[in-house]
Structures are given as structure tokens and as C-alpha cells.
Design a protein around this ligand. Structure first.
Ligand code: GLA
Length: 387
């Protein structure tokens, strides 16, 4: 984990003065409910104990200087002209947040920022949402604004949609903002109401990063989203009251399947079945039925692989290996897909052997290195230090 004192010192070395404050925002792992958020459905994620840190100090001019320790790179821009920077893609999350805050008529001053993170980049754990939310939180504290909770999450999502160009839903930003220690949140992405469900003490949430990164994630993701919108448009000819796939039951979809072209039907089938699975999984977790929960995770993975087509062979291999290992209740790809990570639910006593077995199996089958993270459900964004 980036050490707060080391961050303070790195900031001082770079900018010649200590930061005013340091904030942190966590990554997330979704237990179930994938590609449902932008269909106004349900998700069941936890915020994880890996975070992005932003050290910050206000300036007296209108310049923002931002340094990324991970990329060992700096970006500088003026509050009066904020455009996408194609040379420093990581910085666009910062630029987008600043632009979003200005669009809310917050009278921002310039700032010096230093960023460090232990959320794996591109690993499907929402490093980008963590960066957006940490940046937004730091800036609103520096500027004595009052933009908290879901307002901050929505602003971050808006920055990613309109500035970065990824048409993501609200899940990642919501968790980076409002995650709850020890709990998963069953989040209704239609109205942002949620229920916190404790993670039972006898299981661990185990993430396994496949090491695979897919540069087409953004365009493939936006394509999936467009297919869902197309499904709604066509289904409305017979079901005029629906406004999102959230409003369609699996039975209704089956009865109206003839309305959808072959490229669209499986996409809609994944979404409507996944929303149902998510609600069933939340109920199973609440009654401590981990076996039922695990079965739903495996069904979710199958649906993402066959109907939504966002898996890759490496993720399929990790899920197959995981489900055969002792103590594993279930496993599935997590996040947008096309590489990134799997999530498994594993009995506490079996975690070490599970992790070793998964890494060894992956190397044996594909000759690749997987990285395992045993995650604890953590709090959303917070102030890590004030100086
Ligand atoms: C990405 C997006 C989220 C969500 C997931 C898929 O992580 O940022 O909004 O759509 O993919 O569930």
C-alpha cells in the first residue's frame, strides 16, 4: 500500500512544499451482476482494500500540475482550457474530473497533485473509478466544496462517459465513493438505493488477475451497451411501458424473442437473467447459503461467456481451475471482461491452498502468471491525512 508519509515526502520533493491533504479511494470487485448497471439493474460489489491515493495542495493560479508515481509522468494544464491529452491517457481521468467540477460552477483554484495507487491497472478492479473519485474528493476538499456521496459518484461517471469516452455504468464510481467495510452492497442502479449485506466471516473474496489486457475494451463495451439499447427499442413495440432491460423478465424476453435479431437476443438474455441471478445471490448471501451463491456465480460466468461474449480463454481457464479446487464455492469473471480478473468465493481455511493451486494450474495449462489478491471489503473514499 502506498505509505502516507512516503507520499507526503515525494510530494514535498517534487513541489517544494508539503501537501495540504491526502485522500484515498478504493478499487472494487463485483461479486455478481455484470453488465447490468447500465441496464438499470442490480449489482453486488465490494470496495476492496486496494486504493488510489491523491496528495494535493491548492495553488494561487489556474494551473493544475499532476504527477503519477505509477507512470513516472507529469501532466500540466490550465483550468481555462481542458482537453483530452492523447499522450497521457491516465491523466484524462483527472482532467475529466476537473472539467466536471468546473461545469458544476465550483470556483476551483489550481492545484498540485501527486497520485499513487496499488489498484492493479487494467485488472478489472476499477483503477480508473478510484482515480476519478479520489481526485474529485481531494479537489472538493481543497476548494471547500460540498460534493459528496452519490453526487460525487455521478460526477465521476459523467467524466468517464463524456470526457474519457467509456460509456460505463455507475457501479465502479459508486463503490469507490460509498463502499462499506465488511459488506457487499446490493445496489439498485435505477435509483441508487442499496442494501449492505455482511460478508460471512467464514469466506474470503479471492481475486485472480489473469494478466491479460485488452485494448479494445472501450469499443467492445460501448457496442454491448448499444445492443442493449437496441433490444429495448425493439421490445417496446410490444412492451411499450419498458424503458430499460431492467423492466423485462426472462419469461417476457423468451415470449418476445422473435422481435430481436440473432446478434441482439443473447445480449438481452444475459442481462435479464443476470439481474435475476443477482437478486437471488443477494438473498443467498443473506441467509448464508454459500453453495447457492457459488452456483449462481458459475451460471453468471457461463452467461457472460456464451451470451454476452465478454470472456477470453484465460478467464475461462481460471474459472474452470477454481471450481475444481477444494473450498471454492464459485468463480466468475469480474468487471467489464476481455481480460482482467476473476473473483472466487473460498472457505477461509482453504484460501492458501486455493491461491497456490490456481497459480500453479494456470502456469501449467497456459504458461502464464496469475496474481492472486485476497480482498477485504473496505470503506469508500476518505481522507487519509491532513497536514
Ligand atoms: C465496467 C464498467 C461498469 C460495469 C462493468 C460490467 O467495470 O465500468 O460500469 O458496467 O464494466 O459490469
Amino acid at each position: 500500500m502506498p505509505d502516507v508519509r512516503a507520499l507526503r515526502d515525494a510530494f514535498a520533493e517534487r513541489y517544494g512544499i508539503h501537501p495540504r491533504l491526502i485522500v484515498r479511494a478504493p478499487g472494487r470487485v463485483n461479486l455478481i451482476g455484470e453488465h447490468t448497471d447500465y441496464n438499470e439493474g442490480f449489482v453486488l460489489p465490494i470496495a476492496i482494500d486496494r486504493s488510489t491515493f491523491v496528495a494535493a495542495r491548492a495553488r494561487t493560479d489556474r494551473i493544475v500540475r499532476v504527477y503519477s508515481a505509477q507512470f513516472a509522468a507529469e501532466d500540466v494544464f490550465s483550468l481555462d482550457q481542458i482537453e483530452r491529452n492523447p499522450d497521457q491517457p491516465w491523466s484524462n481521468y483527472v482532467r475529466g474530473m476537473v472539467k466536471g467540477l468546473l461545469a458544476r460552477d465550483l470556483p476551483l483554484v489550481g492545484s498540485d497533485l501527486l497520485i499513487d495507487s496499488d489498484v492493479p491497472l487494467g485488472g478489472g478492479l476499477s483503477s480508473s473509478a478510484a482515480l476519478e473519485v479520489a481526485t474529485g474528493y481531494a479537489l472538493q476538499l481543497l476548494n471547500n466544496a460540498d460534493l459528496l456521496g452519490e453526487e460525487l459518484a455521478l460526477l465521476a461517471q459523467g467524466a468517464e462517459n463524456s470526457f474519457v469516452g467509456m460509456q460505463c455504468g455507475i457501479m465502479d464510481q459508486f463503490m469507490a465513493t460509498l463502499g462499506r467495510a465488511g459488506h457487499a452492497l446490493l445496489l439498485d442502479c435505477r435509483d441508487l438505493s442499496y442494501r449492505a449485506i455482511p460478508i460471512p466471516p467464514d469466506v474470503r473474496v479471492v481475486v485472480c488477475d489473469s494478466g491479460v489486457r485488452h485494448s479494445l475494451l472501450g469499443s467492445a463495451y460501448n457496442e454491448r451497451r448499444a445492443a442493449c439499447q437496441e433490444a429495448v427499442r425493439l421490445l417496446r413495440t410490444r412492451l411499450p411501458k419498458i424503458t430499460a432491460l431492467r423492466d423485462v423478465s426472462p419469461e417476457q424476453l423468451a415470449a418476445n424473442a422473435d422481435l430481436l435479431p440473432p446478434a441482439v437476443l443473447p445480449r438481452a438474455r444475459h442481462v435479464v437473467s443476470e439481474i435475476r441471478r443477482t437478486l437471488m445471490a443477494a438473498a443467498a448471501l443473506e441467509r448464508g447459503d454459500l453453495a447457492a451463491f457459488g452456483t449462481l456465480m458459475l451460471e453468471s460466468h457461463r452467461s457472460l461467456r456464451d451470451d454476452y461474449e465478454v470472456s477470453v480463454p484465460e478467464l475461462d481457464t481460471l474459472v474452470e481451475l477454481a471450481r475444481a479446487l477444494p473450498g471454492c464455492y464459485g468463480s466468475r469473471l469480474t468487471g467489464g471482461g476481455f481480460g482482467g480478473s476473476t473473483v472466487s468465493l473460498v472457505a477461509v481455511g482453504a484460501v492458501e491452498d486455493f491461491a497456490a493451486g490456481l497459480v500453479a494450474g494456470y502456469r501449467e495449462r497456459l504458461g502464464l502468471d496469475a496474481h492472486v489478491l485476497v480482498c477485504t471489503a473496505s470503506e469508500g473514499v476518505s481522507r487519509a491525512a491532513t497536514f
